[in-house]
Design a protein around this ligand. Structure first.
Ligand SMILES: [Zn+2]
Length: 478
């Protein structure tokens, strides 16, 4: 049984690790969300819908108009008999999809311990008829559905791992049509949606021009530090676009993935008596304090949002000892890759200079500093007019979905975004609440609609033989 303190700490992890979303607003792009006016008066009279778009999902860019060529291409795709069959299949496959999501969700898979769930998923993706499926050296399951060879290669990703340690009760419970299960929505339902899309494509014999790589990745959460996608995109340089499926609300796409660098900085010196050794030895704490004061003077850009924080300080021996040691942990984040590099460089310059200054102050060279990278998440922002955003918006609208919103989140998308690959985070279908909490829950009603939008987006990007040309180009030299 899980103690409530653990539940609380998991909720805190949720707040800090996954959902950097609240902080991703672009203040300069103020505009009204069309639902705001309608939603406000009704809120007090009705009980709050726990599956409503949560407060953290804040728009980060205005909704771009969908280009005519995108709309036309999507219309052609959706009118094709093969694609129609695939779309109907997704609807008829709804209960099987949910069942497989439950099966996979009940296999423990905290980051770094994904193997059993990966093997179970590998079996299921092979059953869809994709022969080219394997577990790569990092532990990702890579399944490739080949096109005719005349199109781009796109990755469709969902992550295998969850935040829940082995021993957590992850049995899925159903009450009044709502599915409760830690990890079911983030991101196991994404895995099940990939399985359903693969089945639909194979059942309807949809022939694409480009290749679709279904990537079930490891290490998205917390200390996994995106190791699965880092490894995959590091090894495979031929990827032209990426769709990352995460438990986002219907109609919500993610275009920002906040990048971060985390450091532990350790100062060491000889130390000494505060009276007897004064003037002869440098102080680790004084040097670190000087550095913190200077770091605090940095003015980071508001857009792309860039922040820093010295979150932990430790050190010293006693009140009357010139400190021989001091340690601080620094977190630096940005929605822009370049801005992250710039602020990181300034922080590290300040750290190095603080040692030089403290040694100079006392005419010594005995104070040293070491800097250790303790976390790094790649990231950046996909422009709102990018082809992947266009395809997702076009597919969402063509499938009669009403709400469309572009948000930011810290996800696997950071890796391809940082590499300049057109990337968007898309929802799998269904409505969710309580990510990373033991109360994680899903309302699966009409979840197939999310799969239909995802599949439409995929097909518009890779192109369908004799129906449409790929919206995303094969990148030169690949
Ligand atoms: Zn996730």
């Amino acid at each position: 049984m899980i103690k409530s303190s653990r539940a609380k700490s998991i909720q805190q992890i949720s707040l800090f690790v996954s959902m950097g979303l609240i902080f991703n607003q672009l203040p300069s792009m103020a505009y009204a969300h069309p639902n705001e006016a309608a939603a406000a008066p009704a809120a007090s009279s009705k009980p709050k819908d726990q599956f409503a778009i949560p407060d953290w999902a804040t728009p980060v860019a205005p909704w771009p108009a969908v280009n005519k060529n995108v709309t036309q291409s999507i219309d052609k795709i959706l009118a094709s008999p093969d694609v129609k069959r695939a779309m109907a299949y997704l609807k008829s496959d709804e209960s099987q999809t949910l069942k497989q999501a439950v099966t996979l969700s009940e296999i423990p898979a905290p980051a770094m311990t994904e193997e059993a769930k990966a093997r179970a998923y590998l079996d299921l993706i092979k059953q869809t008829g994709i022969a080219d499926a394997r577990i790569d050296k990092e532990g990702n399951v890579v399944a490739i559905r080949k096109g005719t060879g005349a199109g781009p290669t796109i990755v469709v990703d969902a992550h295998i791992d969850t935040v829940f340690p082995v021993g957590t009760d992850i049995k899925v419970k159903v009450k009044d049509g709502i599915y409760y299960g830690p990890g079911l929505t983030d991101d196991t339902f994404g895995l099940a949606t990939m399985l359903s899309m693969a089945r639909a494509l194979n059942d309807a014999k949809v022939q694409t021009l480009g290749d679709i790589v279904f990537l079930a990745s490891v290490g998205e959460e917390g200390l996994g530090n995106l190791r699965g996608v880092k490894s995959y995109f590091g090894e495979n340089k031929n990827i032209d676009a990426a769709l990352m499926i995460e438990a986002f609300p219907p109609g919500v796409g993610g275009i920002i993935s906040t990048a971060s660098n985390r450091y532990e900085v350790t100062y060491t010196g000889p130390g000494g008596h505060s009276y007897a050794a004064f003037g002869q030895v440098p102080s680790a704490i004084h040097a670190m304090g000087g550095a913190i004061a200077k770091i605090n003077q940095i003015q980071p850009p508001k857009f792309p949002r860039t922040v820093y924080n010295v979150g932990i300080v430790k050190g010293g021996t006693s009140v009357n000892t010139i400190s021989p040691d001091a340690v601080m942990q620094i977190d630096i984040r940005s929605d822009g890759a370049k801005e992250l590099d710039q602020i990181t460089k300034r922080v590290l310059d300040i750290v190095n200079q603080s040692v030089v200054d403290e040694n100079k102050r006392w005419g010594t060279d005995s104070l040293k500093v070491s800097v250790k990278l303790i976390g790094a998440r790649a990231g950046g922002t996909t422009p709102a007019d990018s082809v992947v955003v266009q395809s997702f918006l076009g597919a969402t609208r063509a499938n009669q979905a009403k709400e469309v919103m572009l948000i930011g989140a810290s996800t696997n998308a950071g890796v391809p975004i940082s590499m300049g690959i057109p990337t968007i985070v898309i929802p799998p279908g269904g409505r969710f609440t309580g990510f990373h909490a033991l109360s994680e829950a899903m309302d699966p009603k009409d979840a197939y609609k999310g799969a239909q939008i995802a599949l439409t987006t995929i097909l518009s990007l890779v192109g369908v033989k004799d129906v449409s040309t790929p919206l995303v180009g094969k990148q030169a030299g690949k």
